[in-house]
Design a protein around this ligand. Structure first.
Ligand code: HEC
Length: 173
C-alpha cells in the first residue's frame, strides 16, 4: 500500500512539472529591436483596445508546403488601452482611429513542436502555443485555453487572424 501511495504521489508530483499551455514560451524581451512590426489596428474583439503586431525573422522566412508558418515563429501583440473622454467614451482621432494610452499586456503566440498536446482536444491550433505577459515581462494571469479556443476555428488561416498580413510582409520588396 505504501508503495502505491508513493507511486501515486510521484505521478502527481511529476505531472505538476509537465509543461502546460504557455509554460515554454519565454518573454521575447528583444521584440522591439529584433522583430518586424507588420500591422497595427483597433482591436476587433474589444471596443476600447488597440493592438500592434510584431513577428520574428523565422516567421518571415517563408511557409511550409501547406502554407503554415514554420516552427520557431513568434508573434507578439502589444495590447493597449486607449484614450477616453471625461464620460468614458473612446476617443477617435482625426483619422478615425483609437489613440493608444497604456500598454496593458503582451499577447504572444509561438509555433512549437508538441504544443498542441498541452491543450484540450480540438484546441491544438496546429502547435501554436499561447502566452500573456505584463509589460514588465512577468507572466500575466490569463486563461490560455481561452486564447486557444478563439483562435482554433480559424483553420483556413492557420489559426491566425492576421495571416494575410504576414504573407504580405514576407513578400514585401
Ligand atoms: C475572443 C477571441 C480571441 C481571444 C480569446 C484571443 N484572441 Fe488573439 N486574436 C484575436 C483577434 C480577432 C486577433 C486579430 C487582432 C485583433 O483584432 O486584436 C488576434 C490576434 C492575435 C495575435 C496576432 C496573430 C494573429 O492571430 O493574427 C496574437 C499573438 C494573439 N492574438 C494572441 C492571443 C493570446 C495570447 C490570447 C490569450 C491571452 C488571445 N490571443 C486570445 C482573437 C482572440
Amino acid at each position: 500500500m505504501k508503495k502505491v501511495i508513493a507511486l501515486t504521489a510521484g505521478i502527481i508530483g511529476s505531472s505538476l512539472c509537465w509543461a502546460g499551455p504557455g509554460d515554454e514560451i519565454n518573454f521575447p524581451a528583444d521584440y522591439l529591436t529584433n522583430f518586424t512590426p507588420y500591422l497595427s489596428l483597433n482591436r476587433t474583439q474589444n471596443p476600447d483596445q488597440y493592438i500592434r503586431l510584431y513577428i520574428n525573422d523565422k516567421g518571415l522566412s517563408g511557409t511550409e508546403e501547406n502554407g503554415q508558418l514554420p516552427y520557431g515563429t513568434v508573434i507578439v501583440g502589444e495590447v493597449y488601452k486607449v484614450e477616453k473622454d471625461a464620460d468614458g467614451k473612446v476617443i477617435n482621432s482625426t483619422l478615425g482611429e483609437r489613440v493608444i494610452n497604456k500598454l496593458a499586456v503582451l499577447a504572444v503566440m509561438e509555433r512549437r513542436e508538441g504544443a498542441a498536446a498541452e491543450y484540450p482536444e480540438g484546441m491544438g491550433n496546429d502547435d501554436w502555443d499561447f502566452a500573456a505577459f505584463k509589460p514588465s515581462g512577468e507572466r500575466a494571469n490569463k486563461d490560455l485555453t481561452q486564447c486557444a479556443a478563439c483562435h482554433a476555428p480559424h483553420t483556413g488561416s492557420h489559426h491566425l487572424f492576421s495571416y494575410q498580413h504576414i504573407i504580405a510582409e514576407q513578400n514585401r520588396k
